[in-house]
Design a protein around this ligand. Structure first.
Ligand SMILES: [Zn+2]
Length: 324
């Protein structure tokens, strides 16, 4: 898993749009051709390869560790995603990253023109995925279904990431969603357009410190593999950046912190998610090749189908497990 370990280091340098307030601002800067930013692929290899306890999980398609639905009477957090003939189909919460004044990561073409932003691409995938899931009988809750933030911020200054994400969590918790999928696009600024093109790929994040950690991991594996397959089938040179722990992407100057939408209760996460979930970064929107996929309705459709198939597979396994 050398590749994945390197990836972890790389991504400490890359901005994961996902997460924190700084993201949009960092992404928003027009690449400066004069910058001498070290290409992160090189920089990453000089990173110490410590942190064995943070070794990213392997992507093992044959993984058999079952999600261990607890049969003991404890769990307010136990996944309830075991459809029976009498039960309604699972409720899937889809969270298109960012929105409103928070554009997320951005793409600039070779001429420096701003052509695409993360919040738009994430919304398009989620809207298409919502249609597919409903066709398959699922119930769907979108944290947002258009270009807005729940807190309805009018300016970037007014926008508060923690408050916004807590509002989204409250929404999915209140609805008692069975599964949570947050979709973002990664971004990288190499300092020049050419250097920025050196970074692309697919990454999936989950938290391993929740009562439903096994389910988180399994859903991450299924979604990650499905997205990579879909991108490859589109003829893209898909790059596997691994399944990563949600607290393996520290902000500079900060201790490792969980993603707000995935992590356990803390001073930043007052009311954490109550259902299994992941955050998917299918592509780098900063990459010309990967932005082209997002600009193509076929690409959006392929990604949406990949997530839908992963959700199908996840619940099929849950049903099998509970039947044993
Ligand atoms: Zn993001």
């Amino acid at each position: 898993m050398k590749m994945q370990r390197v990836t972890t280091a790389i991504l400490t340098a890359i901005i994961i749009c996902a997460l924190l307030t700084a993201c949009a601002a960092q992404q928003g800067q027009t690449p400066d051709p004069a910058s001498t930013v070290t290409p992160i692929e090189v920089a990453a290899e000089t990173e110490p390869t410590t942190a064995p306890t943070e070794e990213p999980p392997t992507l093992a398609p044959t993984l058999t560790n079952t999600p261990a639905p607890t049969e003991t009477p404890a769990p307010t957090d136990t996944p309830t995603a075991t459809p029976t003939s009498a039960a309604p189909k699972p409720l899937i919460a889809l969270d298109p990253g960012h929105g409103g004044v928070d554009l997320g990561a951005r793409h600039f073409d070779a001429a420096g023109k701003f052509t695409m932003h993360e919040s738009k691409a994430a919304l398009e995938i989620c809207l298409r995925l919502s249609e597919i899931l409903q066709e398959r009988g699922y119930r769907v809750l979108l944290t947002r279904d258009d270009n807005y933030s729940l807190m309805d911020a009018k300016t970037e200054e007014e926008y508060d990431t923690i408050k916004e994400l807590q509002m989204r969590l409250d929404k999915v918790n209140e609805a008692q969603a069975d599964l949570f999928l947050s979709i973002h696009m990664n971004g990288y600024d190499g300092g020049s357009h050419a250097a920025t093109q050196e970074v692309w790929g697919t990454m999936t994040l989950y938290c391993d410190q929740r009562p439903f950690s096994d389910s988180n991991r399994r859903f991450a594996e299924l979604a990650h593999a499905a997205v990579l397959d879909a991108l490859t089938n589109l003829g893209h040179d898909a790059k596997d950046r691994g399944i990563q722990l949600d607290n393996s992407m520290p902000d500079p100057g900060q201790p490792p912190r969980h993603l707000i939408v995935l992590g356990p209760q803390s001073d930043r996460i007052v009311r954490p998610s109550q259902m299994p979930g992941i955050l998917s970064e299918p592509v780098f929107i900063s990459s010309d090749a990967e932005e082209a996929i997002l600009a193509d309705p076929e690409g959006i459709d392929a990604l949406a189908h990949a997530y839908a198939d992963a959700i199908d597979a996840y619940f099929a396994e849950q049903a099998d497990t509970s039947a044993e």
